[in-house]
Design a protein around this ligand. Structure first.
Ligand code: ADP
Length: 482
């Protein structure tokens, strides 16, 4: 059976058309054809359906093969285009081929027409297949680049022999600049180094010419100043060569946490020694000596005070750790701060005979957004400090007021006060204003740090107003619960 070929014939002469049709039919092709001899006619035909081949007369009264080629090109079509002409000089034929024609034949010798049609259709098919394959690869590459570009991690690929960068994702380009292509990794990623890094992992990725499992390591980048966990692997690049791929994840926050934790643990163990030494010393003294009742009481009071201090230190430390590690997903509820202040006041009222605790809150304070237990801790730390740092006694006033969407609470004492230089620093971890008066009062310098952390977790803040020798007022403000 003859092969059907949709053929657009650009020809003005009916006789020549019949000649062409006869020639293709003889060669075993059944042409499903249309004829046009103007640009408009050709355009209409191109729009009406897809064509396997275009056969064009070189010269027609109102149209020509070169103009037809222009139309094909403009429309970005890849259709085999064969010129069939009465007489065409070699130079014109060459020009037509340059313009995109695939073949040209003489009307007097059409024996080559069918083989030419078949060959050109085959080649066009081949081109189409290749284009499709390339497009698929491009799409896949774009999809993979999109994934790598959206990662919050540095991803790059580097030639293991020349160290030249073959790929850098957007995260990397944002860090190290857009101009990376083909430049050595040590120059781009390590801030203009001129030789490979001494910590380069190239030799850890291969054994006897074969890729090893991923190599995982950590390092601090000199340009960004950030810590990365890197996963390096030798892989085969698209052209077959072995390359190093690195995925580097920013772990600066984790490193900072680890550093803080280490620092905290060593500081806490140091702080623990002081009360423990006192407790041991006094217990030993009591065990080894015959002491009268009064002396016994003095020793036990000290031991009790140091035990309290140790317990406060451990409690504050654990709470801080949990807050920092965001382990506590605490329950947020409306908290009636007026009641909370009254509760705390009644607990502390019995604790000291020298101090008077007064609650001066309007009864209609709106509830705030927060976690009751933690807010109680805040108030309790502030009251305990107010008592601790008013060694001569006095009044401790708990107050509150509501303004717009905030409730501000305060704890005011008439104690020793804080010099202006220290009014910010007292919120730092382990910071204690160092003078003998304060040293007498036990503490680990964590109470206010905890207050500040809890406030920031609540979207609130804490600050102090104080005058040395005249007392201090600590304020906390919290969002109202609507
Ligand atoms: P601690 O009381 O365990 O030392 P804090 O973090 O609670 O730790 O307080 C840090 C420092 O701030 C205290 O050591 C003290 O010097 C100072 N301070 C805190 N509260 C008051 C206050 N009400 N009056 C005077 N000084 C205070």
């Amino acid at each position: 059976m003859d092969t059907q070929v949709s053929t657009l014939i650009l020809e003005d002469s009916e006789d020549d058309l019949q000649l062409l049709l006869r020639a293709v039919r003889r060669g075993g092709i059944d042409p499903v054809y249309e004829r046009a001899d103007t640009a408009e006619g050709m355009c209409a035909a191109l729009e009406s359906r897809a064509w396997d081949v275009i056969i064009a007369d070189y010269n027609m009264p109102r149209f020509g093969a070169l103009a037809a080629l222009d139309i094909v090109k403009e429309r970005g079509l890849d259709i085999p285009f064969i010129i069939v002409s009465g007489k065409i000089g070699e130079d014109l034929a060459v020009a037509a081929m340059k313009a995109g024609a695939h073949d040209y034949l003489m009307k007097g010798n059409l024996s080559r027409l069918v083989p030419a049609i078949e060959r050109e259709i085959r080649e066009a098919d081949e081109r189409r297949r290749r284009r499709l394959a390339e497009e698929t690869i491009r799409t896949q590459f774009n999809q993979i680049s999109t994934i790598f570009d959206s990662l919050n991690a540095l991803v790059y690929v580097v030639d293991m022999g020349t160290y030249r960068l073959l790929y850098l994702n957007r995260y990397g380009a944002q860090l190290f600049g857009e101009n990376w292509e083909g430049r050595p990794c040590y120059e781009v990623i390590q801030g203009g180094k001129t030789v490979p890094c001494d910590f380069c992992t190239n030799d850890k990725l291969m054994l006897d010419g074969k890729p090893l499992p991923p190599y995982i390591w950590e390092y601090k980048n000199m340009i960004s100043g950030r810590w990365y966990q890197c996963i390096d692997k030798a892989i085969r690049w698209t052209d077959g060569r072995l390359v190093r791929m690195e995925i580097a994840i920013d772990i600066t926050e984790r490193k900072e946490m680890e550093r803080m934790k280490d620092e905290m643990i060593s500081a806490v163990s140091h702080e623990m020694h002081t009360p423990l030494t006192a407790m041991m010393g006094f217990t030993e003294f009591l065990l080894d000596n015959e002491v009268d009742r009064e002396q016994q009481k003095t020793c036990l009071r000290t031991i009790y005070k140091e035990t309290e201090r140790l317990s406060e230190l451990i409690n504050n430390f654990l709470q801080l750790q949990r807050l920092k590690a965001s382990m506590v997903k605490f329950r947020i509820m409306p908290v009636q701060v007026g009641l909370l202040m009254a509760d705390a006041a009644s607990l502390y009222a019995a604790a000291s005979k020298k101090h008077r605790i007064v609650v001066d809150c309007p009864p209609d304070l709106p509830p705030v957004r927060g976690n009751e237990e933690q807010l109680y801790q805040v108030v309790s730390n502030l009251i305990s400090n107010a008592i601790k740092y008013s060694p001569d006694g006095g009044t401790v006033t708990l107050g509150g007021r509501a303004e717009n969407d905030t409730v501000t609470l305060w704890v005011k004492d008439e104690g020793i006060g804080i010099a202006p230089d220290f009014q910010e620093r007292i919120f730092e971890r382990f910071f204690r204003v160092d003078n003998s008066d304060r040293r007498k009062a036990g503490g680990a310098g964590l109470g206010l740090t905890l207050v500040r952390e809890i406030m920031s977790a609540h979207g609130g803040r804490v600050w102090v107003e104080s005058e040395l020798g005249r007392g201090s007022t600590f304020y906390v403000s919290l969002p109202v619960m609507r």
